[in-house]
Design a protein around this ligand. Structure first.
Ligand code: XIL
Length: 326
């Protein structure tokens, strides 16, 4: 197995992973793999609103501080994920049923408090995550659809609040299935154009990149080219690739599927590596080891192997595929 490291070869973009504080503290192999192999940190959940915002006036920054310090000590950058996400509004906030004015004023304070606290330390933020459906309409459960006459206008003001709190932070809109869903992609690009025309800073678009070995490479290629035509920074922000495509509880991992997964990684890295240098930001995997991927935690298939390291932190064919793509 290769002694080459992805992070040493990705000189034009960062190589990130989503991590959890508990694993960094409790497992040295996890900790060592992360700091040895990656140079950017995303928090898998600890920088989401429901983990930080305990009540209107109380914030819990313990784990965010830990992760930010950890990154500093290990020469990593930090990507903040995510300020606004319908799944992470705290219950107390949702239950309050604020009207649009109260809703926005609270969210504004939240953004100013969180982005301001980590000014210069968290160098990029997903300001909003998953507000669109695949067809480009707004998600009904987004919390902002129906509340605001112009929900996109509200999102734009949130970008502004973040930019005022940290003028140097790179601000992203993040979503999934972006390269496959033309409607969603167009909505994202149009939103970015609208923001630019209004003088609202938006620096990048994130495509989570949760796919599977059976996802059509041809479709990925054409959607990706269209995404890149936005001219913005591109973050492949939550990459993983399922091998157990039918979520079978009796699936047995095998070398054929792992090789397909390796090819998948090679292809996306090649695609990414070929984009203009000023649009490269980072490629981030959603986790490190197959052992504790969210695809196992969340019951999306208890037999799943979507990442670059196996359960024993061995480099999988997917890791070699990633290197080959560089
Ligand atoms: C997931 C995390 O992996 C879980 O640990 C958490 O409980 C729920 O969120 N899209 C996103 C991520 O933008 O924030 C999600 O992360 C996965 C899907």
């Amino acid at each position: 197995i290769t002694t080459q490291k992805i992070k040493d070869l990705t000189t034009t973009f960062k190589f990130g992973a989503a991590v959890k504080t508990a694993n960094l503290k409790s497992e040295s192999a996890y900790d060592n793999t992360f700091k040895g192999e990656y140079n950017q940190l995303s928090a898998e959940f600890e920088m989401k609103m429901n983990f930080i915002w305990n009540s209107e006036t109380s914030y819990n920054f313990t784990n965010v501080d830990y992760l930010v310090n950890y990154a500093q000590q290990n020469n990593m950058t930090v990507h903040g994920h995510t300020l606004l996400w319908y799944q992470s509004f705290p219950d107390w906030f949702k239950n309050a049923n604020y009207d649009s004015v109260a809703f926005e004023s609270k969210v504004k304070v939240y953004i100013e408090t969180v982005v301001g606290r980590y000014k210069g330390k968290i160098k990029s933020w997903d300001v909003a995550n998953e507000i669109f459906n695949d067809d480009g309409t707004m998600r009904i459960e987004s919390q902002i659809q129906g509340k605001f006459k112009d929900p996109i206008g509200f999102v734009g003001r949130c970008f502004k609040y973040a930019a005022i709190a940290d003028p140097d932070a790179k601000l992203f809109y993040n979503d999934y299935n972006v390269v496959l869903a033309a409607g969603k992609r167009t909505a994202m690009k149009n939103m970015a154009i609208r923001f630019k025309n209004a003088g609202i800073p938006i620096h990048g678009l994130g495509e989570q990149f949760h796919y599977r070995i059976s996802t059509s490479q041809t479709q990925i290629n054409s959607g990706f080219a269209d995404l890149v035509s936005s001219g913005l920074l591109i973050h492949l922000s939550e990459i993983d690739c399922k091998v157990n495509t039918t979520n079978s509880p009796t699936y047995v991992v095998n070398s054929t599927d792992l090789q397909k997964q390796s090819d998948f990684f090679k292809n996306i890295v090649k695609l990414y590596n070929a984009i203009p240098g000023n649009q490269k930001f980072a490629m981030t995997t959603w986790g490190i080891t197959d052992k504790n991927t969210w695809l196992r935690d969340s019951g999306n298939g208890n037999k799943e192997y979507p990442l670059l390291f196996d359960e024993n932190y061995g480099k999988k064919p997917a890791y070699v595929g990633f290197l080959d793509g560089l």
